[in-house]
Ligand binder design. Structure first.
Ligand SMILES: [Zn+2]
Length: 73
């Protein structure tokens, strides 16, 4: 998947994880390595799914990446 920020074009885009972290310790390692960010435990239907580490933009709801964004999902 080629993830790119729609605002600044950065590829440092990570997934925002909501709710409780998954079982096991792997997620802690992934969090340390910056593979995702924690979005909190309150989940609504309009939470952004992705986060740009360069410009702090949160964008695209889950399953709502527009085709013109060019992500290979
Ligand atoms: Zn950005």
């Amino acid at each position: 998947m080629r993830r790119k920020c729609p605002k600044c074009g950065s590829k440092k885009v990570v997934e925002i994880m909501y709710g409780l972290p998954p079982m096991g310790d792997q997620w802690k390692k992934d969090l340390d390595e910056g593979k995702f960010v924690l979005g909190g435990c309150c989940v609504t239907n309009h939470d952004p799914k992705w986060y740009c580490k360069d410009c702090s933009l949160e964008f695209y709801k889950l399953g709502e990446i527009p085709p013109e964004a060019g992500w290979n999902t």
